[in-house]
Write a protein that binds this ligand. Sequence first.
Ligand code: NAD
Length: 437
Amino acid sequence: MRIAMIGTGYVGLVSGACLADFGHNVICVDKEWNKIAALNAGQMPIWEPGLDSLVAANVAAERLAFTTDLAAAIENADAVFIAVGTPARRGDGHADLSYVYAAAEEIARALTRPAVIVTKSTVPVGTGDEIARILRANNAPDGTSVASNPEFLREGAAIRDFKIPDRIVVGAEDDRAREVLHEVYRPLFLNKAPILFTGRRTAELIKYAANAFLATKISFINEVADLCEAVGADVQEVARGIGLDNRIGPKFLHAGPGYGGSCFPKDTLALLQTAEAADVPMRIVGSVVAVNDERKVRMAERVREALGGSLQGKKVAVLGLTFKPNTDDMRDAPSLALIAGLQQQGARVAAFDPVGIDHARSLLPGVEFADDSYSVVDGADALVLVTEWDEFRALDLRRVAETMNGNVLVDFRNITNAEDALAAGLSYFAVGRKPII
Ligand code: NAD
């Protein structure tokens, strides 16, 4: 198959490289010339484990190329994927579809023969219908069709998720679209990955329902964590105790500082907008969003309380800035709200992240960035663990305690052993467990 991927970000680049690895011919397009220039020079614009070698191998095999020229990329394409951003619109939280519609218009104008236009971006129900309208209005060739193929990969494990997915969802309204997408995903089909063919609107909604459900699990266990703290129970054990029930499952039951990232916050808001427009109350999702928003703001208070009630003049060291480990993505990271809250209350903040500092710099004015996990705690009154990078799980806590000025460790990811912290002379504050002082 000849495939064009419009948008070469976290999803477009990984999807393009994996589809090329399946044996298809893929051209990835982006408007940002510096991204394309970097890729053509063999440099990855994002940090994703295994991506550089996957891209290099497929470029060398001449199955993968990068360009800013959309018209040239789609000239002979059987399938044109749209993988541009759909951020939350400021003010109302509706998905901003301007990038999707602009791409659809450009595609319509440049197509010289029919192709299947596939929305990989996360888009609200009915967007496929609007794309079809835009294609018709801009005289796309007859026989051009529109399908929805939402993406479920997770940053940090994106290549594995794309190649060994739990399922592939294809929403299509015509046989041609189903045939082309069947062919695109044939290697996964052969590997017995479940492929679900649905109507286009259903596929669009599956993506939002999936993300809203995962966000619900997180907000749920976070509320249980609060209750654990109040009644002297341990949320780690509660999560294990409920997660071993197959009907519940152990994943997404980790209490923490609230969910963030490039998907859950915006997708839950967009789903609420869809529900409102359809006049269907979604009270559970509304509560999930409210619980998470409040939680993110409260995290700075927890640090203040751990420090005895005031942050004024205190130095707080933050470990982990990205919204989760193994990515450089800072979009809606919990660290942003936390650090802003600490600074507002008079704290001086130093921070370290294994790969996120370049992206974090412009988002976190006034923060001192350190070179490693130990220099960041130099003279700190408190150490706050925000992202569970593997290297933070094995911190030498004695060395940390010796380098610090104070002795407060706030672990928002419950990755530290409480006894080790105590043995190192630290006061340990976790989530959903008794503090050990
Ligand atoms: P991103 O911001 O990393 O990438 C989008 C890219 O599209 C940018 O490089 C941008 O320059 C480019 N672009 C915008 N308009 C363009 C146009 N007209 N022509 C060519 N390029 C254009 O975004 P992302 O994280 O890859 O997300 C893309 C979509 O996938 C979103 O809808 C998101 O919700 C969804 N999604 C993301 C993830 C994730 O983990 N990041 C997972 C599943 C689904």
